[in-house]
Every structure is written in C-alpha cells, then in structure tokens.
Design a protein around this ligand. Structure first.
Ligand code: ATP
Ligand code: MG
Length: 634
C-alpha cells in the first residue's frame, strides 16, 4: 500500500476541515454528538463541535475506570519529600469525586472560577480534574510565583475558591506557600470566599478563621460521594491559563472543553505515538500549558498513565529522570531544552546508567532547541529527539514532525527546525510591513495562522474579547490573521525555522536579522554553554547586536575574555557575515529567565539601553539582571 505524502494529508485537514475533525471527534465520548463541527462565521472567533456535550474528566478518568479500573493512571514521585504514590483509574476517580464534592459543597458550580496555587502534588491534579468534572473553570498559577504575580492573577480570574498547600519544595529547600497566598489575597481587590488547604506537614501555618478549610477533613467527609460529570456544551470554558510573560503582561488564555479534548486525543496518538496502558512522563509543571496538556489531560484522555514528578532533574543526581524512565517503563517523554542544558553540565555517562529500552522518543519544547544540545541528548539516550513548537495559546504543537499517522508518510526530523505545520493549522509566513504572503523558500517573516484556529486553541483572552482581537488578530496590516509573534523562515521542503520573537528582530543598517540566528551560531562555539543576543539602539546603525554568553568556564583574565570575544565575533563573521557581528560579547554566569525557563530578552535589552526593565514578576533570579547591569557599567 502506498502512503499519502504528509503535505497532502495536511492540505486535506484544511480543505476538508469539517470531515477531518468529525473523524477525530470520535476519539472521545460525547453525551450528545456535535451538531456542527466548526462555526467560523464570526471571525476571529471559532466554535468547535457546536451543540455536542461532553466532559474532560469523564474522558480522562471515568471512561477508563469503567473498563480497566485497576490499571495505573497517575504515578507521583517526589524526590523532594522521598515519596511515591501510584493511583489506578478507579482510585483516581475516587479522589477526584471527593475533591469535586468538596468544591460543590462550597457552592462551586458550572462557570465558577477556582484558582489552584499548588506544588507538584497529586491533589493539584485532583483539583483540576474535579473542576473539569463539575464545570468549574480552573486557573492554575505556577507555585513558584510570589504574592504580587499571584495577586494580579487572583484579580483577573476572580475565583470563588482557591486550592493551595502549606508548602512546596525545590532542591531540598521548603518554600512556604501560605504566607505568599495570604499576602496575595490581601493585595488583591477580589477576595475568594474559601481556601482549601492541603497540609503536607512541611511548614506550619495558621488557618484564617472563616475562610481556610482543611483538605484532609473535607476529604474524609466526602469520601465515597458520587459526583456526576456535568455534561457541558463543547464551547463552555474549561480553564484559563496565563502565558509566560516573556514579552510583557501575561495574557489569560481561555480554552473550551470539546475542541481541547479532541485536539489532545489526536495529538497523543499521531504526534506522540503513545499507546493506552503505557506511561507518559512530562517533566513540566502543572502551572504551564505543557503541564495542562501533557501531564494531566492528554495522557489520561488517551488512557495512558501519567508520571508527575516533584523534584529537580539533578537530585539526588543527574540520572534521576532516567531512573524513573527505567522504573516505570516510560515510553514517551516530554521536557524542555532548558532541562537538557542543565543535564549537559553533568557526567554524560549518567545517561547510560539505566535501562532505557522502554523509551521511544523524547519531545522537547518551549524555546529554541540548539543543535549542540539536541545532538548531545540524542546520542546519549539513543532515541529520537523531537522538537515541537507551540504556545500557551495553541494548546498543542503547531510545528513538529508527526510520525504516527496511519497511511501517511512520516516526516523526518531536521536539526534546527521544529518541523512542519501540523494538521488543522493553516500556517503562513507574512511580510510584517506589507502583510504579503512569503511563498519563496528562505524568506523571513512573521509566523501566522489563518482563521479559524484549530480545535484546542484559545477561544479568547479571559474576560477581554477586545484584547484577544487587538493583540492577536490585528498586528499585520490589512490581514486578519493570528500572529504568533515569532519570526521564522521556511526551507524548500517546508521545514520551518524559528528565528526569534518579532520583538527580537534586529535592524542593523537596514538588514533584518533574527537574534535567534546569531545565538545559534554563537552557541556552536565549544566554550559557550548558553547565549542571549539582543538588539540595542545605536545612533549610527539604528541597532546593533549585543551578546551575553555563559561560558563553560569563566575566562580567568580580561585578556582571556577579550580573546574569547574575538573568536566568537570571528565565528559570526564567517557564518553569518559582518552585519550580524555583535558589538560586544559579554560573559555572565547566568542569564535572566522566566520561571518557565525562557530567556527574558526584553529585560536584557531594556537594561542594555538603560531603560526600566518593565514587568519582572515572572523573572526567576534577579541576580542575573544585576550581573548584567554591573557589567554594562564597566
Ligand atoms: P508571553 O506570550 O506572555 O510573552 P511566552 O510567549 O514565553 O510569554 P509561552 O506560551 O509559554 O509564553 O511560550 C510560547 C513561545 O515559546 C513561542 O511563541 C516561542 O517564542 C517559544 N517556543 C516554544 N516552543 C519553541 C520551540 N520548539 N522552538 C522555538 N521557540 C519555541
Ligand atoms: Mg507568547
């Protein structure tokens, strides 16, 4: 049998859109089948599976518990507190129902918001699934955020109830959540009626009378309660989640129920190649979109066990992730380049210590995957490394290589590119200034998606349709397209290369350069562990590139630093041309990153131009920016 070229298959997903997604909709259970597959009549909004009623929790938990109750559903490992727990689908359902009864007992119902501010513990997943079960809209806020970031999210989501815990733990250090939460609620104009506290016994706390409730007590009270799934029209909001805030104020992405379930079920099969009964392991956090789509909902909807990990990739040693792959026979794994770069600083033989024969592929997403990092981990593990590009907004991969579509030719991976547009995404490259479609290979432009966005993508910005329209759909002149705000180029075979954020494009004496291209070139230098390039204003050239590099070893003397800088500049001259050469290469021990591990180039750029660094609430370590300031003053 001959197989269909992927490009033809992709084209069909767009030209025969409704039939294509109607087939995929069969992957999930519907209480009432959809009456209409896609209502795209009110651009830029789109409604998927209109009239169909379904429930995310039913699809993730109940339908599996009904047929194979004893099989593993949720595996929780904490190297922070030295504990492991395994929940079967039946056990997971019981926990979720007890949590759902707890929420319902506090008056939480369809459409009410529940904010979840939790460490990586099973109760966080129970709370998400319990909300999905009763139709409450969850808003998970990453546990690493402190009170100011949390307060702004409480104000935006206006939750009726908050679920939290006494503390998290990172690298053995306990982080008390309760004082941060109390402070955030005090700062916020909106006050939740109740706070359900999971007491892990890590840090003592004082409950607020009349507001704080004890989770263990409520769980006992409600244990055994049956809470039916609320059958929700497909377009009912399921959750809101804030973007990482790399480029400015985070946006509250709002997602639906039916489209999301169908999109995840399809991706689990075609993109990730997971099989029901196997174990999926994503190292992300439930506070991020990867945690929503590929720790909680995707694997469970697909009937896989999901491994939830509380801990760092390097404790008790840098082989801990691989020891978990071996122990739980993980078949599909998902992580981020940033985690791999951390491992890269350790002994490479640690990658060989464990039996990784169950593992079929490692997926990486979140930021550009540089070639040295990709090659290092691929050689070390001996499995394919699959880059995938997407956003909080899209909910599932937009660019990658789908290897598991029956009857369709697999697209081979190509180093440096996350891959090709996935089915359902009508992706174009546009000239930012004119809105013209760039159809020739190797032209650079902004990556956009034509209306309608596929199932699973954001419906709107929470509570702010106008912001949804003006932010995402009105940035290219004369065309109503969704902008990713990423800059890209496509080669003759359709592989897309991400060149940086549109804000990061540098204009040096009329030449438009993606900072990403320069970074890719510099990171190929054997001494460079990590690099960030930003454009800074220059009276002569308009802008010049400035590079901040983290060397494997700090140059011992100013002369050594100068010599290394010269070598790096020469490399850029040779590979990209003198226009791309940074005006300076400064060596730092740490780069400013968001809590989700993304480079905060806008902060670097602002500091380099002597401006205020702007909203830094998502910044991980303020020390990184201090270092840069000091260097620039020299
Ligand atoms: P904000 O939108 O608030 O500024 P953010 O864009 O960093 O924050 P996310 O949704 O977490 O928030 O990140 C999506 C972005 O991450 C993409 O738009 C892209 O810039 C980058 N990205 C994700 N995956 C990849 C990848 N595989 N290769 C290159 N870049 C990637
Ligand atoms: Mg973004």
């Amino acid at each position: 049998m001959t197989s269909t070229p992927y490009a033809d298959f992709h084209a069909r997903s767009l030209t025969d859109r409704d039939a294509f997604w109607a087939e995929q909709a069969r992957r999930i259970d519907w209480r009432t089948p959809p009456q209409r597959i896609c209502d795209a009549s009110r651009p830029p909004f789109a409604r998927w599976f209109v009239g169909g009623t379904t429930n995310l929790c039913h699809n993730a938990v109940d339908r599996h518990a009904a047929v194979r109750p004893e099989e593993r559903a949720l595996i929780w490992v904490s190297t922070e507190v030295g504990e492991e727990r395994v929940y079967s689908f039946a056990e997971l359902q019981a926990e979720v129902e007890a949590m759902a009864a707890t929420l319902a007992g506090q008056g939480v119902g369809v459409g009410d918001r529940v904010l979840i501010y939790m460490p990586m513990i099973p109760e966080a997943a129970f709370a998400m699934l319990a909300c999905a079960r009763i139709g409450a809209i969850h808003s998970v806020v990453f546990g690493g955020f402190a009170s100011v970031s949390l307060a702004s999210r409480i104000e935006d989501a206006t939750p009726k109830l908050i679920v939290s815990a006494d503390a998290g733990s990172r690298g053995g250090k306990r982080i008390a959540y309760k004082p941060l939460l109390d402070e955030a609620i005090a700062l916020s104009a909106h006050k939740p009626a109740a706070v359900v506290m999971v007491d892990r016994g890590l840090v003592p706390f004082e409950p607020v009378a009349g507001r704080d409730l004890d989770h263990a007590e409520l769980r006992r009270q409600h244990w055994g309660a049956r809470v039916p799934c609320a059958w929700l029209e497909s377009n009912t909001p399921s959750y809101t989640l804030y973007t990482s805030g790399t480029t400015g104020r985070p946006k509250g992405v709002q997602r639906d129920v039916g489209g999301y379930a169908v999109a995840l079920a399809t991706s689990m099969d075609w993109i990730f190649g997971g099989k029901p009964g196997e174990t999926y392991f994503s190292t992300s956090d439930i506070g991020w979109v990867v945690g929503h789509s590929y720790i909680v909902y995707g694997p469970l909807i697909h009937g896989m066990a999901t491994l939830m990990y509380e801990g760092t990739p390097v404790q008790p040693d840098a082989a801990v992730l691989w020891s978990l792959v071996e122990k739980y026979r993980v078949t599909v794994m998902f992580s981020a380049p940033t985690a791999v770069r951390v491992l890269k600083k350790h002994d490479p033989t640690l990658l060989k210590r464990h039996d990784l024969s169950s593992l079929r592929a490692l997926f990486l997403a979140g930021e550009p995957l540089d070639e040295p990092t990709a090659s290092w981990i691929s050689e070390g593990l001996g499995v394919p490394i699959i880059d995938n590009y997407w956003q909080t907004e899209t909910g599932w991969p937009l660019l990658t290589v789908a290897h598991h579509i029956p009857g369709v030719e697999a697209v081979p991976t190509r180093l440096g590119s996350p891959g090709v547009p996935m089915y359902g995404y009508d992706v174009k490259l546009l000239d930012e200034a004119t809105g013209e479609v760039l159809a020739q290979p190797d032209q650079k432009g902004v990556l956009v998606i034509e209306h309608p966005l596929p199932p699973g993508a954001l419906q709107t910005v929470w509570g702010d349709d106008a912001r949804f329209v003006s932010t995402y759909w009105q940035s290219v002149p004369g065309r109503q397209v969704y902008s990713t705000f990423d800059w890209a180029a496509r080669d003759a075979d359709g592989y897309t290369f991400i060149l940086g954020r549109t804000d990061d494009v540098i204009n040096v004496a009329g030449h438009r350069l993606g900072t990403r291209e320069i970074e890719e070139c510099i990171s190929g230098h054997p001494v460079v562990a990590e690099v960030a390039v930003v454009g800074v204003a220059d009276p002569l050239k308009g802008q010049v590139a400035l590079a901040f590099a983290v060397p494997r070893e700090m140059p011992a003397t100013p002369e050594a630093a100068r010599a290394l800088e010269g070598q790096i500049m020469k490399r850029v001259d040779e590979q990209l041309g003198a226009v791309a050469r940074p005006s300076r290469v400064l060596f730092v021990s740490l780069l400013p990153k968001t809590r989700s591990g993304k480079l905060l180039r806008r902060a670097l750029q602002a500091v380099a131009e002597g401006r205020d660094a702007g909203d830094l609430t998502t910044l991980d370590d303020p020390g990184a920016l201090m270092q840069v300031k000091t260097l620039l003053q020299k």
